[in-house]
Design a protein around this ligand. Structure first.
Ligand code: GLN
Length: 323
């Protein structure tokens, strides 16, 4: 009986969110982008949307937050759709770095001929330079279009967060200049950085993230009408990157203890895509689901500390790991 199932699922998830909310104290809200300091560190929320339409929401589900690094998955998808997968993979590799998201270290290694992956800042800024268009708004138009196709509404950019990062990010400027120096950038640096800061400042909710995750889990198809929103090959590569590079230098641990393709951002969001699995039909969401988590208190690696623990708990209880 779906109503009963829905009720016990809700009860479980409410309990788990209440429990892991106590863990937010183990993390800190990001402060290197001044505007992000305004987030409430105690917030925690989750939305799970199943391919079959079932959904569970618990905790702080209504708070909008900026995508930050989660946008790297979206711009990678759009760049692949606009320029072709092989064009992209000639310019950005698909190897984890094992370093922090804003690391520059590997760029200087002689054998490195391109940024190691599109999910660290060097790779993501390179992807922003590959998006077609002369201005940042032109480059982001297909990004907003894809988001609108997935969400059914067009998200807005948070201008305060955009300006805050634009006016403070010496690190990303340094990365940008380095990429320019070694010839990895495809286009004008200033437009590229503006594009990158803007994409990071797109406001979403965890409902939005769960919806995106559900479409990725469903190989890029919208299950409502079987329309292909993201080509299957691109959805697949994106999930590979989420699994291997999505949580930065915590990706190995996340794959071990959670085992779900996921992408985090320093605003505290996590986008997760749970592919269908058939091991145990009695478990919820066996046909696949998307999960959005928000918890702005971050651990050392820049991922939501309570959010990861909550995901680990749910993945263990419901056997969600893809392995
Ligand atoms: N805009 C952020 C930055 O470039 C994104 C980083 C993140 O979310 N990990 O620093």
């Amino acid at each position: 009986n779906t109503e009963e199932t829905q009720e016990w699922l809700q009860q479980y998830v409410d309990d788990w969110v209440a429990f892991y909310r106590k863990h937010t104290g183990d993390g800190h809200v990001a402060s290197y982008i001044p505007e992000l300091k305004n987030a409430d560190p105690d917030d925690l929320g989750i939305v799970i949307i199943g391919k079959d339409g079932m959904s569970v929401k618990s905790g702080d589900t209504e708070i909008p937050f900026t995508m930050q690094s989660i946008s790297k998955a979206i711009t990678f998808i759009v760049a692949c759709m606009e320029r072709g997968v092989s064009y992209l993979l000639q310019r950005v590799d698909v190897e984890p770095t094992g370093e922090a998201f804003n690391s520059i270290m590997h760029l200087e290694m002689k054998q490195v001929k391109k940024p190691l992956n599109p999910f660290n800042n060097a790779g993501a800024i390179t992807v922003s330079s590959i998006l077609p268009g002369d201005t940042s708004n032109e480059r982001l138009e297909p990004v907003f279009q894809l988001l609108e196709n997935m969400l059914g509404h067009r998200p807005a950019m948070n201008h305060d967060v955009f300006k805050s990062e634009r006016d403070s990010s010496t690190r990303n400027r340094a990365i940008g200049y380095y990429l320019l120096e070694v010839g990895f950038l495809e286009s004008d640096l200033d437009v590229t950085l503006e594009t990158y800061f803007k994409q990071c400042s797109i406001d979403v909710t965890i409902d939005d993230l769960a919806r995106i995750g559900m479409i990725l889990a469903n190989d890029g198809m919208d299950p409502k009408n079987d329309v292909e929103i993201i080509p299957r090959q691109i959805a697949r590569i994106t999930k590979v990157l989420m699994l291997t590079c999505g949580m930065y230098d915590a990706s190995g641990k996340f794959a071990t203890y959670v085992g779900i393709p996921a992408k985090s951002g320093v605003s505290g969001g996590i986008l997760a895509a749970v592919p269908p699995r058939v091991r145990d039909e009695s478990m919820p969401f066996t046909r696949g689901c998307g999960i959005g988590v928000y918890g702005p208190a971050l651990g050392d690696e820049g991922n939501s500390v309570a959010g990861i623990r909550l995901l680990r708990h749910i993945a263990t209880q419901w056997d969600l790991s893809i392995f």
